[in-house]
Design a protein around this ligand. Structure first.
Ligand code: ADP
Ligand code: MG
Length: 268
């Protein structure tokens, strides 16, 4: 089966794009067939591959709204086995264009359906907002990765995301669950860091990834060069930590469907 992860957090700057690109790249470098879907009007995932977002003929928007076949939209990347469904500012018109359309929350799920035989993993990079883009991503997904920075109000933000995910699970996608909350840009010199991580772990237990991602300036450099962190500097802290994250994701997905609930949970 294809594992599909929405990478979400309604806050900006929590390393959603960095995480989506790193995980997608590493999985592909390990020989998996991977699709990265850029659902953010900022097009940062697309830019990470040195693609000029202003020159794109088609983006995910054209598939979501105009029914353009994904085959006409997908791009190959510098990494073998990694394809990109690019995004740009046109995506910001999605809500308005889909407002009175059928299956407006299921558009991405419907589009990805035909691609499932061709991919082992799909990563969906989401915008820092509510609305139909993240809803479509969550409806299409089997799991959710929530990158967050250990800061003040982190738990409040997390409760909102957990509520949104729970609502989508109840109403639109019964198999959905949080695969993992991922602490990113962790700076252990800050006083707030350890207590915040502890508090979230106490509250969400196994839904928090064991590994964390520290501050690493190489990530910015890799972005500037249009390369994944693994191609740019495999020995960097971020490359090593993201590789550990991918191992953790593989373990979780090998243990079954990422959103799978235990018998006990199902009958609660
Ligand atoms: N672990 C990290 N260490 C240092 N900088 C990081 C790290 N993760 C992300 N960044 C940088 O932080 C900024 C925001 O990250 P990004 O992935 O674009 O967040 P989001 O997609 O959630 O808005 C980018 O400039 C990115 O290069
Ligand atoms: Mg982003």
């Amino acid at each position: 089966m294809t594992h599909i992860f929405a990478v979400v957090n309604q806050k900006g700057g929590t390393a959603k794009t960095t995480t989506a690109v790193a995980v997608a790249s590493k999985l592909a470098l390990m020989g998996k067939r991977v699709l990265l879907v850029d659902m953010d009007p900022q097009g940062n995932s697309t830019m990470s591959f040195d693609i000029d977002v202003t020159l794109l003929e088609h983006t995910v928007f054209d598939a979501l709204v105009h029914g353009i076949p994904m085959q006409n939209i997908l791009l190959s990347t510098t990494i073998k086995g990694l394809h990109l469904a690019p995004g740009n500012v046109s995506l910001s018109k999605t809500d308005i264009n889909l407002a009175d359309k059928d299956r407006k929350q299921f558009r991405l799920k419907d589009i990805l359906q035909g691609l499932l035989p061709f991919y082992d993993y799909m990563l969906i990079d989401c915008p820092p907002s509510y609305g139909l883009l993240p809803v479509n991503a969550l409806v299409a997904s089997t799991g959710v990765i929530v990158p967050m920075v250990p800061q003040y109000f982190a738990l409040e933000g997390l409760k909102q995301i957990a509520n949104s995910i729970e609502n989508i699970r109840k109403e639109l996608n019964p198999g959905l669950d949080i695969t993992g909350i991922l602490f990113c840009m962790v700076d252990s010199r800050l006083k707030i860091t350890d207590p915040t991580i502890r508090m979230v772990r106490d509250h969400y237990h196994k839904k928090v990834f064991d590994c964390t991602i520290g501050i690493c300036s190489k990530l910015n450099e890799a972005n500037l060069m249009g390369k994944s962190i693994f191609e740019y500097d495999e020995q960097s802290r971020a490359a090593k930590e993201y590789a550990v994250l991918v191992d953790e994701i593989l373990q979780k997905t090998q243990n079954g469907y990422p959103g799978k609930r235990t018998e006990k949970e199902l009958h609660k």
